[in-house]
Structures are given as structure tokens and as C-alpha cells.
Design a protein. Structure first.
Length: 453
């Protein structure tokens, strides 16, 4: 067993098997501990050379305070000729890489009906507990998320299933939905039905007939939108899988495509590195507002902004949020940041976008899907079976996990190359099913921050 020296300037090295840190030199109490070339916290005791560095002798230095200055350090990605993928071209010009039939409830009260219809038709249903007893901005967040899913181009057809008496009733939802393809998007209010399951099945069969005529055609990969997510991270996440995802981000952006980085609380401690890559002062200001608002959200609930990493992260060798964040943001590569999206917004620009939202895995993959991502690169060191409504490519940080959980993991970043990962992305876009699709593991969760009546 050997150790991996991250950077000659770092004062820790990483055990390639455990992901844990060991001091490369003596570190005095109060001094910064350096990983990835940046501080990940301060030593709270003297640390001897070769000593294990973790929660017993390393603590966060983060606080809710912080002023940011725009010091642009623009990186350019050398343009590449875009690869080709095979996709469904929709009437509005968007592309889809799947042609599934989706059922989306307006309210949690009809979840059982949605699931019953799905069971009879093999449609995919995305249940959730919201849509009623919500007010104001909280209700609007639910509506914007559901509307973005309803219009997602990976769906060949969508049945929107309502109850009738909920706040988020079908007429109210339509005011947020705006224009839609009535051939592909259908509505059913179950309080108006005699046999709602039979009527739901009939609608799904009609949608299947419409989607059956759809054919894939060759398009540039520049039209692909890729979401970036990490979950169940470990000490190797920022060394193997996340940098691999970052290099893919740079390749996709170089070919004219779009990638999306979210998990705002997992930018804390590494945010200045991202802010310096904003392509304008306006984008910088939007990013600062996003970060400060999320810090204020923590503070408003009486929680420290450093209340992370999770128990599993710590078991995997991550000690502080700074360490987790410096590893997390590597999924964004070095590409210029061209846009900042609020929760529920949809991607409109090529390049790397920052998306407002929490790091919670189910909420984040839903957020990325609603933003228009066709597939998600999901890195993990501990392993997770979670899948989004869109194909979720699980990338392991270590070979041991890939070998232990072959039914979860699509790609082993420790033993495979970037070109192999890019090949897998193209194959997935062309129709190859990911492990979450093969297992039918697809879930949604909507961010809630409001009164429940």
C-alpha cells in the first residue's frame, strides 16, 4: 500500500486505499493544513510527520462572513470539432436522448394512482409529497420544478395527473407551464373520472402511439447538456473521479456544449476559485448573490455554514467542508462560467453554468434534470444506487467500489481513461442504459423552504 502525493506544495498525502490523509511534514497547532494547494482547515493540535490527519486534529476555518472580489482569471478551452450523437429532435428544436413516457403528479395525494397507472403501462412516474398546503414562493418553486420536468425533452410524452382541489391544481399549474405541445403533454384530473386508472392507462397508450413514430437522428454533441453531481464522496473524490468529470466538462464545453454545476453549500471554501472564472462582472455578481443567499439560509435556521461533511464522507477520509468543496468543484473543470441559474431555471447558454440549489443528492439530481440536463455524471466514493429521471452515469472514485457494486457503478475513474468516459457518454446519449435505468432507480425530490398549512 502506497500513498499518493497530491501536490508538492501540500502538507498531506492520501492513502490510495482508504482515502485518508497523513502529514508529509510537521504541522503546528493553529497552522493551515494544505490539500489541493489550498487550506482545508487549521490544525487544533501539533501534528507530527506521518500522523493521521482527521477530525481529531483538524477543524474547519469557515464562517458565514466573507467578501468576494472579482479578480478574473479567464481560462480558455481550445475549441474542438464536436462529436456526433444520435438523438430525438423535438418540435421546439430541443433534443432528447430518451423517448420515455412520464407521469407527473401535481400533488402527492395522487401518487398511488400515478404508480398504479405506471405499473399497468411501463410508464415512468415521479411521485413527490408536495403540491398542496404550500404558499407563495414555496408553491412556485414546486410548480417551476414540475413544469420543467413536464417539458423535459427526454420525455416522448407526459401525463400530468391532478386531483382537483389542490393549490397546485391543473389550471394553476398551466399558468406557470405556458406554451406546451398538446400532442405530447396531456392532463387528467382524477376527481372528474369514474375510473381514473382506466382513463390514465388510455392516455398513456395514446402517448405511446405518438412517441412510437419518433426516430433518432445524428446531431452535434454541442446540443447535449450534462449535469455534474457528487454523492457519497470520499478522500479520493477530488483526486480521481471529480477531476475526470472536470476534464470531460472542458471537452464538452470545447465542443460547444453545456455543463451544469450545482451543490452550492459544497462550494463554500472553494467559491473564489469559481468566481474568478466568471466571464463578466454581472455573472460574478449573480454568483456572489447565490452563495451569500445560501449562507443566509443556513444562518436563518441557526445552523453553521460548515455543517458538512456527512458521516460517510468522514469515514471515507474527508474532514472539513473546505476539503469537500475543493474536491467537489473540480467537476467543473477549468471552463469559463457563462451563467448563473436560479432554482427552477433552465439552461440557455453553452459553457459552464452554476445552478442554485442544495447538495442533497435527490434534490440536486432533480434540480439538474429540471434545468434541462439530458444526463448526469454522478461521482461517488462510498456508492449510492440513486438515479435521476434522466440517465445517471455513476463514476466510482476507486476500483474496489466498482468491483463491489457493479450493479451501481457505470465507470471506474481510478482505472479507466478520460477517453473511455467520453465514449461512455456518447454511448449513453445514443441509448445505452445506465445502471440506474436498468434497475429502474429514478426518483425526484423538490426543495422546500416555506410554510405547510
Amino acid at each position: 500500500m502506497g500513498n499518493y502525493v497530491i501536490n508538492p506544495l501540500d502538507n498531506v498525502e492520501i492513502d490510495l486505499e482508504s482515502g485518508h490523509k497523513y502529514a508529509r511534514c510537521k504541522i503546528k497547532k493553529g497552522e493551515s493544513v494544505i490539500k489541493y494547494g489550498f487550506p482545508i482547515g487549521r490544525a487544533v493540535a501539533d501534528i507530527e510527520e506521518g500522523e493521521h490527519v482527521h477530525t481529531h486534529n483538524l477543524k474547519t476555518s469557515l464562517s458565514a462572513d466573507g467578501d468576494y472580489t472579482y479578480e478574473p482569471k479567464q481560462t480558455s478551452v481550445k475549441k474542438e470539432e464536436p462529436l456526433k450523437i444520435s438523438a430525438y429532435v423535438r418540435k421546439d428544436g430541443q433534443i432528447g436522448i430518451r423517448n420515455d413516457i412520464w407521469i407527473i403528479p401535481t400533488v402527492g395525494c395522487v401518487n398511488g394512482i400515478a404508480q398504479a397507472v405506471a405499473n399497468k403501462t411501463d410508464a415512468l412516474c415521479f411521485t413527490h409529497p408536495y403540491g398542496c398546503s404550500q404558499l407563495g414562493g414555496d408553491l412556485l418553486t414546486t410548480q417551476k420544478t414540475l413544469c420543467a420536468l413536464i417539458k423535459h425533452p427526454n420525455a416522448g410524452g407526459v401525463l400530468v395527473l391532478g386531483l382537483g382541489c389542490e393549490n397546485n391544481n391543473i389550471p394553476a399549474l398551466k399558468t406557470v407551464l405556458g406554451n406546451y405541445d398538446a400532442e405530447r403533454i396531456r392532463f387528467l384530473n382524477v376527481q372528474d373520472c369514474g375510473d381514473e386508472i382506466a382513463e390514465g392507462v388510455a392516455v398513456i397508450n395514446e402517448l405511446k402511439a405518438v412517441a412510437k413514430s419518433d426516430k433518432r437522428e445524428s446531431v452535434d454533441i454541442s446540443r447535449l447538456i450534462i449535469g455534474l453531481k457528487c454523492g457519497g464522496s470520499d478522500g479520493l473524490s477530488g483526486i480521481t473521479a471529480n477531476p475526470a468529470a472536470g476534464r470531460i466538462t472542458d471537452r464538452i464545453v470545447a465542443m460547444g456544449g453545456a455543463c451544469v454545476l450545482t451543490e452550492v453549500p459544497e462550494m463554500f471554501g472553494a467559491e473564489q476559485l469559481l468566481l474568478n472564472r466568471c466571464t463578466s462582472k454581472n455573472i460574478f455578481d449573480k454568483a456572489v448573490e447565490m452563495i451569500n443567499c445560501f449562507k443566509a439560509y443556513f444562518v436563518s435556521h441557526g445552523e453553521p455554514v460548515s455543517e458538512n461533511p456527512s458521516p460517510g464522507n468522514r469515514d471515507g477520509g474527508i474532514t472539513t467542508l473546505e476539503e469537500k468543496s475543493l474536491g467537489c468543484v473540480q467537476k467543473g473543470g477549468t471552463a469559463p462560467i457563462t451563467d448563473v441559474l436560479d432554482y427552477g431555471d433552465v439552461v440557455t447558454k453553452s459553457g459552464l453554468s452554476l445552478l442554485n440549489g442544495p447538495g442533497n443528492d435527490i434534490v440536486a439530481v432533480t434540480n439538474l434534470t429540471a434545468a434541462g440536463c439530458h444526463l448526469i455524471l454522478f461521482t461517488t466514493g462510498r456508492g449510492t444506487p440513486l438515479g435521476a429521471p434522466v440517465p445517471t452515469v455513476k463514476i466510482s472514485t476507486n476500483t474496489a467500489l466498482a468491483e463491489k457494486k457493479p450493479n451501481w457503478i457505470d465507470f471506474d475513474a481510478q482505472s479507466k481513461s478520460d477517453s473511455e468516459l467520453l465514449d461512455l457518454i456518447v454511448e449513453t446519449a445514443n441509448g445505452k442504459k445506465t445502471k440506474n435505468e436498468l434497475s429502474a432507480f429514478r426518483d425526484i425530490a423538490i426543495f422546500k423552504d416555506g410554510v405547510t398549512l
